[in-house]
Design a protein around this ligand. Structure first.
Ligand SMILES: *Cc1c(COP(=O)(O)O)cnc(C)c1O
Length: 464
């Protein structure tokens, strides 16, 4: 055990390589990395019989890889070739170009987020999207919060704390990521009153529950879950009018919040926000990054008198939307207002792609790669909306030795490529690949087929 020959921190810092590391990563972090490498060597050497001390250069190379590992970003873009349009694990909806520009414009400097340009006094951040939401949906009032889970929580906390909230048992679902409607109700302080059975609920069930005073009648979209067979549910409109006759307000958690009619695209009809408001429901809430195709946000639209109560609740401040979200959201909503959503909003462009266009793209890939077969298949909408709904597509199918290892190779590309397998074949769906990603997708595929690990060196130009 002779550690005397080991370089000191000071000696290592004198080297050219250390100077380059400091230039890239800053002095404190570089120092931390060097110390960590030296401590490691001391531990290794003390534990072994035959200690050979690593050369200075090797110590610094180890420090460089530590620094690389500590600083490389973990949140990275990926190419979604899975065919799942709203993939919650892949960040749900990609933003439109206009939404991105709007974010950039307000992110770089200051903005009038809460500044009234007319009076020069304090304004409201809600002014930026509420008007658009009202115009689009016809609602009296609107409010934007951090996400739809927050919208549900705020509504229940503000309108039903310590009060009974009536909901059909068949709607007490878990949406994913542990978001369970009954748990959120409990957190909000509301008292859950389940009516009906798992598969059936009748108007009379609601009527019975409404015999005692209640805070709200709640309707939750079943989202990624479907009840089929021996089922029954009254028209929501009838439930609303019954609740109103008892002086109780109604809330509909729509989940994905479609503003366009999904039936126009060969999908099952998803209730739109506009239609839902027409049932005379008091409040409707929905996500910003599902079928709306915008940033993560929660929208609440409906009666002005209730919205005023929500706005005054302390939770409203805790769940408010930030300026980047509001910028992206306003730009996204504008696409709907200008009737250009199908062309400008990426998820609607994907939904409306025709099988023939997709076949051409898949054929192009196959041609460039010089392998693979173009086969018919299905894309899905995902994001907890429209379960089981599929869109016809064409896929590039690749036969590889080990599909799981190949998927892993694809994930190691830069950017990573997310594909799927079926019957031991790799399947790539052009529907969810953005046109500008085509080149990177092909490079990644070629690399993976040639068994290269990574395309881009990540040593940041260091002369290692
Ligand atoms: C997705 C979903 C939510 C949660 O929305 P987030 O925006 O992800 O917070 C709540 N309710 C329903 C019915 C949903 O489908």
């Amino acid at each position: 055990m002779n550690l005397r020959g080991l370089a000191s921190v000071e000696q290592l810092l004198q080297t050219q390589l250390a100077a380059e590391l400091i230039a890239s990563y800053g002095r404190p972090l570089t120092l931390q990395a060097i110390r960590s490498v030296l401590a490691d060597v001391r531990k290794r050497v003390s534990a072994s019989e035959d200690p050979t001390l690593p050369a200075r250069e090797n110590l610094l190379i180890e420090a460089a890889s530590l620094l690389e590992a500590w600083t490389c970003p973990t949140l990275l873009p990926v190419i979604n070739a899975s065919g799942v349009i709203l993939h919650t694990n892949l960040g749900r909806a990609p933003l439109s170009s206009a939404a991105l520009q709007a974010v950039e414009a307000v992110a770089h400097g200051y903005s009038n987020l809460e500044f009234d340009m007319e009076t020069g006094k304090r304004g409201s951040r809600m002014a930026h999207s509420d008007g658009l939401l009202q115009r689009l949906t016809g609602a009296e009032a609107a409010m934007v919060v951090n996400n739809n889970a927050a919208a549900v929580l705020l509504i229940l906390a503000a309108l039903a704390n310590h009060k009974r909230v009536i909901i059909a048992r068949s709607q007490l679902v878990e949406i994913g990521g542990g978001f369970r409607i009954p748990d959120v109700m409990k957190q909000s302080g509301a008292k859950l009153v389940e009516v009906g059975t798992t598969n059936k609920v009748r108007l009379a069930d609601y009527e019975e529950a409404l015999a005692e005073p209640a805070g709200l009648v709640f309707h939750a979209h079943r989202s990624n879950f479907k009840i089929i067979g021996f089922t029954e549910e009254p028209e929501w409109k009838e439930v609303v009018s019954l609740a109103h006759s008892h002086g109780v307000a109604c809330v509909d958690d729509l989940g994905s919040g479609a503003l366009l009619d999904t039936a126009r695209y060969g999908l099952v009809h998803e209730p739109t926000v506009q239609e839902t408001l027409a049932t005379d429901v008091d409040l409707v809430c929905f996500s910003g990054d599902k079928l709306l195709g915008g940033p993560q946000a929660g929208m609440i639209v409906g009666k002005a008198s209730l919205m005023a109560i929500l706005g005054k609740h302390p939770l409203a401040r805790a769940v408010r939307a930030d300026k980047l979200c509001l910028a992206a959201l306003s730009a996204t909503l504008l696409h709907y207002l200008k009737d250009e959503a199908e062309n400008e909003i990426p998820i609607w462009r994907m939904i409306s792609l025709m099988p023939e266009q997709l076949r051409q793209t898949a054929k192009g890939w196959s041609h460039e790669l010089g392998r693979g077969e173009v086969i018919p298949g299905k894309s899905t909408v995902g994001g907890g909306s429209l379960p089981d709904e599929e869109l016809p597509t064409f896929l590039l199918a690749l036969d590889v030795k080990s599909p799981d290892r190949f998927l892993e190779k694809l994930r190691r590309q830069s950017p990573a490529i997310i594909a799927r397998t079926e019957n031991d074949r790799i399947l790539l769906d052009p529907r969810t690949v953005l046109p500008e990603e085509n080149g990177a997708l092909l490079v990644g595929l070629m690399n993976a087929l040639r068994d290269k690990k990574k395309t881009v060196g990540t040593t940041r130009g260091l002369t290692l």
